[in-house]
Design a protein around this ligand. Sequence first.
Ligand SMILES: [Zn+2]
Length: 435
Amino acid sequence: MLELLEAMYPLHRTLVSDGTDEALRLLGDSLPPEASWATETYPPGTPVWTWTVPERYVVHEAYLAHEGGARIVDFADHPLHLVSYSEPVDATLTFDELAPHLHTAPHRPDAIPWEQKYYERSWGFCLPQSTFDALPRDGRYRAVIRSEFVTDPERGLRVGTALVHPAGGPDPAAGEFLVCAHIDHPAQANDDLSGVVTAAEVARRLVADPLPAGAMSVRFLFCPETIGSIAYLSHHEDLIDRLRGGVFCEMTGNDNTFVLQRSRQDDEAVDRIARAVLATRGEVREGAFRDVIVNDELIINGAGIDVPCVSISRWPYPEYHTSDDTPAIITEERLAEAADVVEEIVRTAAVNYVPRRTFRGPVFLSGHGLWVDWRTHPELNAAQDKIMLKLEGDRTLLDIAEEVGLPFADVRGFVDRLREAGLVVAEPAIPRPSR
Ligand SMILES: [Zn+2]
């Protein structure tokens, strides 16, 4: 995971840029063919719901120099030196004229902050506070930005997807579970290449060890933040009704505990599953929707889409949105823990369904070879009558497991056997709308 992250890290990954495309290519190449990697391109200017797909941003050269002298900051040294989507400029300015165009991170005086002006035309440079403080106030400065906003429809906004089906192929009725991470943020690592490689690892694991037949398919969306998920979902509105839940994963590689941000529904299956998975690791930090950190779950779980989507991260971390957010703050161990957590959430959520009985009366369990021996599993033996009374098609396997106080896997195993015997039919676990 860290190796893939390090390959994508230095790239100039803005909303629509060659660096973002290259990162998507590296990511797609890292996935097995069974992950059905695909990319889609949306031409600049395309209306996507209330938004518009931005132009491709190409930077030929950008620097700030003392007039007739040495360069102070240069895009070639670090892409964060340039405010993302700065318009072209070639001007000589006094310090007072220049200062409004300069950005620093006073809380991290030696780091370059990340600034972007995606949807307004202006320009600027980012530099360490220490460099800014040393600039002569009576000096004159040359600002040069040779940038281009490309509207070629072939070179529009690009997103990447993977789709991993359960054993036996997709079950249309079961629907899909969504895992999302954003691939933009020039030369930053934890936000959110960590989430990208975490999600990609989960895709690889689901290919190597597929979900059981009848489970949801798992769709992975890798895109520039906000506009990428808006562009993708607005082009696939038919998909929205098939999505049963989602996880946004980001900032998974730094040295902090996990934090769960709940879905807008607040107590949907995915919330309870994520909480239970994190609890087994001793993690208890959580917050309500939009109260921890905002990302594409604001779209996925947003108005008119409303797919319950939690976010899993290790927020906060001090290097956020600065040049200090490098692979050096990330370890393979932390990434692997995150992949374990996300994988477990997916493996539970994707096999949740609403069981509806086809039988009358108590099932003749021993006659069907379904009786649970009290000597091998006393708790399940004690609960089997209660479980059989909860198969009215009005609750999910997860609800039943919580009500009888047994592990989800045990209840699912028991009800799956009833299903295989034709005594139960599985209906999709369609989430409630949020309020
Ligand atoms: Zn960010």
